[in-house]
Ligand binder design. Sequence first.
Ligand code: FAD
Length: 407
Amino acid sequence: PHAVVVAGAGQAGLETAAALRARGYTGRVTLVGDEPPGPCHRPPLSKGYLTGAVPAEDVPLRPASFYAEQDVELLTGTTVVSVDRERHTVLLESGLRLPYGALVLATGCRPRPLPVPGASLHGVRTLRGLADAEVLRRALQGPPLRLVVVGAGFVGLEVAATARGLGHEVTVVETQPRALTRALTPAVSERIVAEHRAQGVRVLTGRQVAVLHGDDRERVRAVELADGERIGADLVVVGIGVLPNTEPARAAGLAVDDGVLVDAGLRTADPDVWAVGDCASFPEPRTGRRMRLESVQNATDQARCVAAAICGEPHPYTAVPRFWTEQYALRVQMAGLTSGHDETVTVGDVAGGRFSVLCFREGRLIGVESVNRPADHGITARLLAAGTALSPAAAREPGFDLKKLPR
Ligand code: FAD
């Protein structure tokens, strides 16, 4: 077999290498990444790693011994800067040129910068990798701070919850009229925000950050909103979304539009180049819409799909999207895609904080959000994968129980 080069040593890149070996691929496999520690779990970086509940040794995705045992060459501290598709080589920032038979782009995303004056003051941080988390961990494990989180998305709200749990004074500022607008139904996002407020976090929605003010040592001191309110701040965490890392794809002359464009089998227009994970824009099989997904499940399943293709067993990517977030004692899980629903049915105990919102479009179940109902999540993910028919009317029947549905 030819050599496989994977650009990006994150979740999707690591899983590609691991899946190739699990399938018995015997060619050379090289994983190239710029983050020095090598592939890491990102979910704890906004949660348990900041509190110390998840120790540093649990953050790597694989122990150091994995790479030698599986004969996966890991090159960290460098990036893929260009691709010569005719000669089938990539050039690394280090100057090294690597030949490939198959190239997998798994370059992930980077945080979107906050486009306001003062965004480069000391104490204004974003969170993506272990190095970012390490800075936040040290700050949050110190004496109480006034933390302002810009953006009520998953990363921002998780950091807010973690910081509040550590006793800091926390304000969240969100431009949209509600938190997690794009990701969650109002019922679930309202439940999350209610918990933040009950825990003493100030959550401001429909409000915009205009300027960050610093002191004479260029340290952030206050966040000024468009309506003139000034919020005192010792630390600002910006979580306003991400931008896909598409530089190698662009350098290779491949099509890019909010991600590297791939087909239903995650292949680019070049039959020897694939893209997986957060950086890949693929046609979602159930809607046909092009999309990027940012989740561990998507990175892992896309990696397996591409490893299969490289091993000569190509198939379309059809996995049901799954995601989870943890904030305080809330564990919210999502299966399928809920955006575009025209009807919802809520099951369980909303007042008690254990419920699921079933989302339908044209009478068909398209996605489910579960709050502290892990069994519902497991069952509905299987229903969605199997395409089992479930109507909103059936879900509304008294005594309806997901566990009693045929599997
Ligand atoms: P990444 O893991 O970002 O890896 C891409 C790697 O490629 C990076 O190391 C990047 O630096 C590198 N790279 C970029 N350009 C180049 C280049 N030119 N050459 C070489 N390397 C390059 N998902 C969940 O499902 N549940 C969660 O609870 C959850 N929590 C999260 C918390 C945080 C703080 C963050 C940041 C993410 C979280 N996610 C969560 C999302 C999940 O971690 C991502 O979807 C997943 O890591 C995507 O994997 P990836 O390999 O596509 O990208």
